[in-house]
Design a binder for this molecule. Structure first.
Ligand code: ATP
Ligand code: SF4
Ligand code: MG
Length: 333
């Protein structure tokens, strides 16, 4: 499905979000003015290598940034017209789980081993939706069916250790969507799974997005996975968005050298046998971000200006924004 026009109001907008972690004299500027928009019925993929700021972004949206050491130094996170950043904790809690939910990379870590899956789902429903036990159990059976864990509700009586990795991830997704959230965050939800299960979970997330009409933030370090699932894509590097567009435009005409290099590292049938490109070096630590364009030490197109001047994220064409002094140029003949 092609992404919705950005003329529509987003359900959730991150505006100029800045985050700094302070440890003694060390200051790590993990996010340096991030803008992201999320629309209903749309999966927005956020992609970047390890340490680029993906999880810090999702932690802030969930209202779970630990402070100290973290601090939101600038910006807003607007859900349905309300900036959630200044809200007191009890009000933030009304959003978490109820309106904004999250699935994680390792469901085993987040499912409570001491409680049956059924108890973990019904607890959410009783707490957030005020259902009685019977109604909560009925809804839990429906949720398990929705995530592909059977119509009979048998899994409700299982403990997490009795489930396979794929089933645990499905159960975690059932808990996440239990209160019908408008916004779902999936942070590397398939990284720990084998390829077949990965595909099944991606299909499930797409199906649930369609059925429930959610806006989804899908986080991955793998542009190939994002290509599979997303309607819109943003590329993040060293705490800044460097390129953002609909999936169609981004894959048709990547403009940022970093996006192009990420694309060259996706395995493809056409390039079978050709060695995949790897990007030399790594994302700088957040307390050592280089001056100018943070990508310049690794960029095949870098010029002198790049080490002095940080390019801002601007429109290259309608609906396609990029932060690069040489956007659209190529170093590949
Ligand atoms: N508590 C913290 N204190 C100091 N720095 C932190 C803290 N949490 C995160 N950072 C830094 O913020 C930057 C972004 O981290 P983040 O966890 O968001 O990366 P990521 O893109 O999710 O990476 P990964 O793909 O490995 O999950 C990194 O440089 C990281 O070291
Ligand atoms: S601004 Fe310069 S260093 Fe940064 S990505 Fe563009 S060409 Fe490369
Ligand atoms: Mg992460």
């Amino acid at each position: 499905m092609e992404a919705k026009s950005s003329v529509k109001a987003p359900l959730l907008a991150v505006e100029n979000l800045g985050v700094c972690f302070t440890h003694g004299a060390m200051q790590a500027h993990a996010l340096r003015g991030i803008d992201l928009e999320f629309f209903k019925e749309e999966i927005h993929g956020l992609v970047g290598e390890s340490g680029s700021g993906k999880t810090v972004t999702s932690t802030c949206i969930m209202g779970l940034l630990q402070s100290p050491p973290g601090e939101i130094t600038s910006g807003k996170i607007v859900y349905d017209g309300v900036d959630m950043v200044p809200l007191p904790e009890p009000e933030k809690r009304l959003y978490r789980g109820r309106k904004i939910a999250m699935v994680f990379q390792e469901p085993g870590k987040y499912l409570n081993p001491a409680f049956k899956i059924g108890d973990q789902i019904t607890e959410m429903l009783i707490l957030h939706l005020g259902l009685d036990k019977k109604a909560a159990r009925e809804r839990a059976v429906h949720l398990l069916d929705l995530v592909g864990l059977g119509k009979d509700g048998r899994v409700l009586d299982s403990y997490p250790h009795e489930l396979s990795g794929g089933m645990k991830q499905r159960a975690m997704i059932a808990i996440a969507i239990s209160c019908d959230p408008g916004f779902l965050i999936a942070d590397e939800p398939t990284t720990a799974l084998d390829v077949t299960l990965q595909l099944q979970i991606l299909r499930l997330i797409k199906k649930l997005k369609d059925i429930l009409g959610m806006a989804v933030l899908f986080i991955s370090h793998d542009l190939g996975v994002v290509k599979e699932v997303a309607d819109r894509v943003s590329v993040i590097y060293a705490g800044r968005i460097v390129e953002t567009s609909t999936k169609g435009k981004l894959f048709e005409n990547p403009l940022h050298p970093y996006t192009k290099l990420l694309m060259l590292s996706i395995p493809s049938a056409q390039r079978r046998g050709v060695r995949l490109a790897t990007i030399p070096g790594r994302v700088p630590d957040a307390d050592k971000t280089p001056e100018g364009c943070a990508f310049h030490p690794r960029c095949p197109l870098a010029i002198e200006r790049c080490s002095r001047e940080n390019p801002s994220l601007g429109d290259f064409e309608e609906g396609h924004r990029v932060a690069c002094h040489r956007a659209g140029e190529s170093w590949i003949n």
